[in-house]
Write a protein that binds this ligand. Sequence first.
Ligand code: FPP
Length: 286
Amino acid sequence: MSLIPPAPERAVAPVGAAAEPVVATEPAAPEAAPAAGPAPVKALGRLPRHLAIIMDGNGRWAEQRGLPRHAGHAAGAKAVNRTVRACRELGIEVLTLYAFSEQNWARPEDEVEALMQLLHDYVHDERFEILNNGIRLTTIGDVDRLPRWVSGPLRALCAESAKNEGMLLALALSYGGREEVLRSVQALAREVAAGRLAPEAIDEAALARGLYTAQWPDPDLVVRTSGEARLSNFLLWQSAYAELYFTDVAWPDFQPAHLDEALRHYARRERRFGKTGAQLREEAPC
Ligand code: FPP
């Protein structure tokens, strides 16, 4: 049975631009509420089309509780389930989760093994949730580097869910933003070397076509949990104009209320894409 209602039509397309990163220093709590309570975040009419999340703090969360790091990742996997469900209910079009970076291969073998097991279990345990709720699962990154017992079922579920149109859920696995840009540049260089492409024809669109995310809107909002304020090689090209939101909440503690707070922050931002506020107001439809 489907637990999640169909995604609603988006009321207003996000207005778009680069703004100051904001660090939420308090654990995100619901905003000071007027007597009747705040309007639901959906009703604000300015949700990000593409939300990208750097799920940080699993290890520290576990260490603070005297638990092994893999217990933090296991608790993080539960936060993944909550967040995917909440985003689907809200009608987010694309949700990209940074689940395993190219650089994470350098972690201790037992931690890498535990993360691979969690991924495997995620694909197994969430299969019905994904298929029954119109979620299309996909990956970005060098998935060939994952062990077969993980990449096999993962690819199978990506294929099985490929026709779903409710929400695109992209897991960044063995992913690095610089590596992704290099991959695209190398493909373009091969085209030039073969005489099929003039160097002058290489523009932003040509480079973007070689990225994993070629068919998707760029992230409008990048959220990072656990108090660090950096991108750590995540969607470097695509995040050029993303709003950045940092919260002290550790990923395993991340709840739909924290997501709500991040989305309210986003809805308040004026995204200018290099223009002035006055220009944007002139261009806005009456
Ligand atoms: C960063 O926390 C998190 C990761 C490297 C892994 C993220 C994985 C999950 C949330 C669970 C598995 C994913 C899915 C999709 C089922 P960290 O370990 O770097 O935390 P620390 O900075 O506190 O050490």
